[in-house]
Design a protein around this ligand. Sequence first.
Ligand code: DPP
Ligand code: ZN
Length: 847
Amino acid sequence: PRAIHLSDYLPYTHLVEEVALVFRLAPKATRVAATLRLAPNPARPGRHDLRLDGENLRLLSLRLNGAALECAPDDTGLTIPAAHLPDGPFTVETEVEIDPEGNTALEGLYMSRGMYCTQCEAEGFRKITFYPDRPDVMAPFRVRVEGDLPVLLSNGNPTGQGTGWAEWVDPWPKPAYLFALVAGDLVAHSAPFRTASGREVALNIWVRKGDEDRCAYAMDSLIRSMRWDEEVYGREYDLDVFNIVAVDDFNMGAMENKGLNIFNSKFVLASPETATDDDFARIEAIIAHEYFHNWTGNRITCRDWFQLCLKEGLTVFRDQQFSGDMRSHAVKRIEDVLLLRARQFREDGGPLAHPVRPDSYVEINNFYTATIYEKGAEVIGMLKRLVGDEGYAKALDLYFTRHDGQAATIEDWLTVFQDATGRDLTQFKRWYTEAGTPRVKVWEEWDGATYTLTFEQENPPTPGQPEKGAKVIPIALGLLNPNGDEVLPTTVLELTEGRQSFRFPAATRPVPSILRGFSAPVVLEREVSPEERAFLLAHDTDPFNKWEAGRALAKDLLARMVTDGAAPGPDWLDAIARVTFDETLDPAFRALALRLPGEDDMAATLHAGGVTPDPARIWTERRRMAEALAKRLGPQLPGLIEALAEPGPFTPDARAAGRRSLRIAALNLLTRIDGGRAAQAAYRAANNMTEEVGALVALLEAGAGQEELVAFEARWAKDRNVMDKWFALQIALAHPDRAVGVTEALTRHPDFDWKNPNRFRSVIGALSGNHAGFHHASGAGYRLVADWLLKLDPLNPQTAARMSTAFDTWPRYDADRQGMVQAELARMAATPGLSRDLGEMVGRMRG
Ligand code: DPP
Ligand code: ZN
């Protein structure tokens, strides 16, 4: 398959002035009649063929200006030669037949348990009708849906309905990837909303009967998101209705279709009994994310898919701001950085590294990545830090006024910042065009009067980019006196050169707190003594760096445990103990401070330090570390657990969730030394899913929990979203020697519906998330995951390709493991009929 290049971009030959669609729904033979009003595009002078994209469509009829036309489609679309086309505007009418029931890829129009549903981003609309399926072609849509189901939805405002039909008009020009249609036997959880300027909006969350009582939190999140976007960004909603639909079979998390968001049901449905605090937080964030796309994505969309970060990076940044405002900025930042390091740094350091704005791809579905999303958001955070809050607000206002209704580029975005703030962003743009995580080394010097920090940045090579220039790196710095007083409050240094020094007057030698708030997505390399880390953990006024100090202490220790058998000493144990019981600190923060470094993170860190990681050894030493901590804190744990109990009914707010997270972290440690008694009791006493799962996890990690697994299954067998947890937990937490066996057994479970993406991820994804189990020396983990990817690929290439990233860390490991992964990648590559999606991923990982 051919790669597509950014440099080849040309505007589309024609403009689409209006689209009218009629759907006659039938599971195996849906008819789609499309009327496109077209005109030559002045941006492409001359006469051009009309090329429409189309895949898996049975063409029934084709008319040009009302007259039948004979024209056979090929595998990827339909061409009407220029010779047939008039000079001015014209109309093309097509009727096609499609097979929603046979659509297992879940792209285009498909069925999920009796309900019709669409997913058009990135290129699914071409599986619905012949159309210029590219984001820079924007048009108003009119849609009529006919079908034997009570609820028939599409984008925009409803303009009429009767038994078996409904009509919708979306007045806002949109690209086809934002088209949506839903039909089903659904019920709505509804609420009214009045925008700042007084528009009345009907909000509906559509679910299957029986799920209505699990919509309240999503609705509350939606209302708060709409209000927040008005207050913080001055953005109002622009239609009379806003519909959200929950669907069980979905490749992504959710989709921001104009006026009709479609959600993976696990990111909508929640009740205290079925959803954990993490689920609630994720629902809040994803509801906000998809809603925020209405302005950053829909009103202003992307010119081409290379610009995906234009909408995704910005929208992630906005949903992170929102969650911080709703909860705790400190805790949110730590969680975001944990995710960034786990996913994006991993991607950036391996064979799949690509720039935030890539310049070529084979299959765009493979670029919905942590780099586009999470690093894309980090880049915006840096931009905001560099131009200041006011500059950022001015730039965003200009962006919304200048580009409303357009399909824009990263160049447009940066020009807006340059015009609004006067700042030259030529060098900054490298963050968009160059892959890889910069490594920043720091040296310090103090001569009795002046304190000097010298930074050196290194931008490591990545696939296709052997050399790169210095980045603009905002480094937020604070300085503390040895007595713990802050002598320099947070100041942003701008590192723009390969090597650069900054001087500060200092009568005593200060302790630096560098990269506060994680002010840039870089790896900081600095030799720091355990004493200094413990000092910062105790005294830093920046909550991120306070946490980071504890994290670094733990990682240094775990690295020494793995490489030379060190034992956890009082420097770490006492420092963590102080934070754990410090009542002045937010319980959510204390829980994060108690969380040990992940195994995959440790493997990456060891590898970066020149040590070949041994997954089994990391697993063993990490357990030893947890046990040492449990013993150190042991006598005080029952008291802490008791003190954090929440009397009264469950509430999902940040305060209560934070207390539960610390309580569960304490229970988890206690379970390692009390034979499981407290966790068994907690499991029985739990009246919400957070504590039920918390106790179960504690037991599984301690090698127990078999009785509880049986009870859990008996209780929740009918609940798909809850049962996903049951499948995932026992695999993710299985002993490394048993992980493959447990997974194999669960693939034979009658409820292992592997065609459902959530269930597939809960089983196969959980195995690749079990670091020592997946990287087992036998190679059985690699084999099993590859077997299942090959099985899924012909049905659902998008999900198969995404999950193949499990293999991207192979260069870190020993020659045996490398060889075994390479053999699996070669086996996949050699499989006849491998999809373009998985084929591209495997090819990139093989290098
Ligand atoms: N639905 C995905 C998201 O919102 C892709 N746009 O990020
Ligand atoms: Zn998005």
